[in-house]
Design a binder for this molecule. Structure first.
Ligand SMILES: Cc1cc2nc3c(=O)[nH]c(=O)nc-3n(C[C@H](O)[C@H](O)[C@H](O)COP(=O)(O)OP(=O)(O)OC[C@H]3O[C@@H](n4cnc5c(N)ncnc54)[C@H](O)[C@@H]3O)c2cc1C
Length: 229
């Protein structure tokens, strides 16, 4: 519904009124509230799209190589690449894929959320300054979030939300012949099969990157620990 809400084809209050007495109506209303909330944050803080809502002293990495792999869906992490390819082809991604790809950019690659927000804004059909910024800052840990150090593990997310790998096979055609859940870890395939696939090796080691981030957080604060969602 987000493009229709964004362009004003539907009003949020009309949608809310229709959903109120239906099953799941309350959970749906909560989603609409996020939209309203971010619009209010933007009204109160017009610099929100460019400035950290809460500065947590983050140091971002500058790497055009990693940024470009992320934009083009060539990170070597199938679930991330599927999301980024869907964005490029359809101008849309499910919220879960947005969370996974945004976490990968800001927490695993440690690249500035503004680079990701700009790319999303350029391609999303529901691209909305307030919602896009609010969500990017939430994921990056600079926004209205009480758990700023949350990291989404792409493998766990893939197993949980793309159980059989259907989403990956659909958007990453190089992996279309890999059956079942094995598609989420092409690096584990037998060497012969792996080499036949025209698909990159991971551009960054997720485990090492998470440990590095954990160490940075520990150095920055006495209470450390990186929750791995
Ligand atoms: C990194 C990132 C960037 C995003 N960028 C945008 C954006 O530019 N524009 C946009 O509208 N949404 C954005 N979202 C929020 C969310 O992903 C989309 O609103 C949702 O996927 C749209 O699908 P739907 O209409 O089926 O949502 P439903 O789950 O059916 O929710 C109904 C409506 O509630 C609102 N909503 C739901 N979740 C959120 C949320 N987290 N934040 C704000 N509003 C929400 C939307 O208007 C949505 O249409 C972003 C999320 C992330 C993680």
């Amino acid at each position: 519904m987000s493009p229709y809400l964004h362009f004003g084809c539907l009003s949020a209050s009309a949608v809310l009124a229709r959903s109120e007495d239906r099953p799941g109506g309350e959970a749906f209303a909560r989603q609409l509230c996020w939209r309203d909330f971010y619009h209010q944050v933007l009204a109160a803080r017009p610099d929100f799209p460019y400035t950290d809502y809460r500065s947590r002293g983050k140091r971002w990495r500058r790497s055009e190589r990693l940024a470009e792999a992320w934009r083009r869906g060539l990170t070597g992490y199938p679930i991330v690449d599927a999301g980024m390819r869907q964005l490029e082809h359809e101008g849309f991604m499910h919220n879960r894929a947005r969370l996974i790809t945004a976490s990968f950019l800001t927490k695993t690659m440690r690249i500035d959320w503004r680079l990701g927000a700009e790319h999303f804004a350029r391609l999303l059909i529901d691209g909305d300054l307030a919602c896009n910024t609010g969500n990017w800052q939430w994921v990056a840990g600079t926004g209205n979030d009480t758990r700023p150090n949350r990291i989404l593990n792409p493998l766990r997310q893939a197993r949980r939300f793309d159980h059989d790998g259907e989403y990956v096979r659909r958007y990453v055609p190089e992996l279309a012949t890999v059956a079942g859940r094995a598609v989420h870890e092409p690096w584990r395939l037998p060497p012969g099969e792996r080499h036949r696939l025209d698909y990159p090796q991971p551009v960054i080691d997720y485990v090492a990157a998470t440990e590095e981030l954990g160490a940075r957080i520990a150095r920055g604060r006495s209470s450390s620990g990186v929750p791995r969602t």
